[in-house]
Design a protein around this ligand. Sequence first.
Ligand SMILES: *[C@@H]1O[C@H](CO)[C@@H](O)[C@H](O)[C@H]1NC(C)=O
Ligand SMILES: *[C@@H]1O[C@H](CO)[C@@H](O)[C@H](O)[C@H]1NC(C)=O
Ligand SMILES: *[C@@H]1O[C@H](CO)[C@@H](O)[C@H](O)[C@H]1NC(C)=O
Ligand SMILES: *[C@@H]1O[C@H](CO)[C@@H](O)[C@H](O)[C@H]1NC(C)=O
Ligand SMILES: *[C@@H]1O[C@H](CO)[C@@H](O)[C@H](O)[C@H]1NC(C)=O
Ligand SMILES: *[C@@H]1O[C@H](CO)[C@@H](O)[C@H](O)[C@H]1NC(C)=O
Ligand SMILES: *[C@@H]1O[C@H](CO)[C@@H](O)[C@H](O)[C@H]1NC(C)=O
Ligand SMILES: *[C@@H]1O[C@H](CO)[C@@H](O)[C@H](O)[C@H]1NC(C)=O
Ligand SMILES: *[C@@H]1O[C@H](CO)[C@@H](O)[C@H](O)[C@H]1NC(C)=O
Length: 326
Amino acid sequence: MLDNPLNILAPNYDMAHTSFFFIFLLTHFLFYSSPTTFAFSPTNDHIPPCHDHEKSALLQFKDSFSIREYCDQKLEGWNQASDCCSWDGIECEDVTGHVISLDLTSSCLSGSINSSSSLFQLLHLRSLNLADNDFNRSSIPSALGHFPNLTHLNLSNSGFSGPIPSCISNLSKLSSLDLSWNAGLEVKTNPDFKTLFRKLGSLQVVHLDRVDMSSTVPNDILANASSLVSLSLRWCYLRGEFPTRIFQLPKLEVLFLDGNPNLTAGHLPEFHSTTPLRELSVPSCNLSGHIPSSLQNLTQLVYLDLSDNPFSVQETSSLPWMAGTN
Ligand SMILES: *[C@@H]1O[C@H](CO)[C@@H](O)[C@H](O)[C@H]1NC(C)=O
Ligand SMILES: *[C@@H]1O[C@H](CO)[C@@H](O)[C@H](O)[C@H]1NC(C)=O
Ligand SMILES: *[C@@H]1O[C@H](CO)[C@@H](O)[C@H](O)[C@H]1NC(C)=O
Ligand SMILES: *[C@@H]1O[C@H](CO)[C@@H](O)[C@H](O)[C@H]1NC(C)=O
Ligand SMILES: *[C@@H]1O[C@H](CO)[C@@H](O)[C@H](O)[C@H]1NC(C)=O
Ligand SMILES: *[C@@H]1O[C@H](CO)[C@@H](O)[C@H](O)[C@H]1NC(C)=O
Ligand SMILES: *[C@@H]1O[C@H](CO)[C@@H](O)[C@H](O)[C@H]1NC(C)=O
Ligand SMILES: *[C@@H]1O[C@H](CO)[C@@H](O)[C@H](O)[C@H]1NC(C)=O
Ligand SMILES: *[C@@H]1O[C@H](CO)[C@@H](O)[C@H](O)[C@H]1NC(C)=O
């Protein structure tokens, strides 16, 4: 028996299980003997404890706000005595123990924030979600541009105001950006939308509902948008020519443009069956012309709102689901 160590380790395994087990051992051997993971033995599957400076930055961040008592459950367990990687809302990287995700959605944070905040010491952050708090009409701090690896940023409905800062264009790995429902936020002419987003070619999700974009030329939105999967610009005060090319974005599945009535010259294009659109919501966008029958080519479509647009109605009877409705 001793000449077959695999059978000693797994005596009841049949041949298939044994080879699976062998592959398992082999991959573990390769993984744990590679130089970067060298320090961690296979028996130690603990995430390393959090770094002291990150823990104190987090505690300082928490203390910079007043938190209403009835809804601070998430922050209750945040204290000096425990490992910050175990705190609610925190995620640390397996190997390095650095804080890579901070999610304080709906945590009743109330108070101002600026670039001196200890938050910006968490350099390794990949995901930051502070949605649904009250930052007291603070500007979005330009220190955000110092998070080189940020892929997800969500500051929706959190009381930010002022111009969207140019530091956003520094976040070259950003794939999801949600700044919606901050009524005082705006895109200024300098930097304009094109400048802000030109470098951000990995953006897949952009939600900017209620952001004042009246100074932007809508076509600038398409500057580097070929990766976009979900775009939501509801009630953004858009003016100027409707960016018709938006319908041609190859990966776009969700498009919400509700309530931009000052757009001009908008019309729906012919749709091809390769268009991946799943949700299309363009009410009150001043779209004219006819509703193309090629809408029926959108086989993925589960949500459609074309209401309150000055379409020429005589064409609609060519749509099967509308036939006989008038
Ligand atoms: C909110 O900001 C105003 C000034 O803009 C300041 O006077 C007030 O103290 C701030 N409130 C909080 C809770 O930080
Ligand atoms: C940032 O905020 C802190 C605390 O609210 C304040 O003490 C500091 O003066 C502010 N810094 C700037 C540059 O506004
Ligand atoms: C950013 O990610 C790269 C590649 O994964 C890594 O080498 C680098 O250390 C990260 N930087 C920070 C500050 O986390
Ligand atoms: C962009 O990031 C680099 C490196 O993190 C930093 O040195 C620079 O100040 C940032 N620029 C802005 C505008 O945030
Ligand atoms: C941002 O956070 C809010 C609140 O949790 C959530 O409803 C929204 O879907 C998030 N946005 C994105 C793009 O995930
Ligand atoms: C678009 O983004 C990509 C990064 O994904 C970048 O390489 C490219 O230069 C950008 N395009 C423009 C016109 O800036
Ligand atoms: C439309 O344009 C008019 C005239 O410039 C302006 O008063 C109004 O606020 C705009 N409405 C929207 C929703 O942008
Ligand atoms: C709607 O679009 C037409 C041209 O397509 C334009 O003449 C009209 O002014 C637009 N309406 C508004 C409110 O901007
Ligand atoms: C559907 O799209 C194809 C091209 O993908 C086009 O040839 C066809 O005419 C379209 N169908 C309708 C009903 O418009």
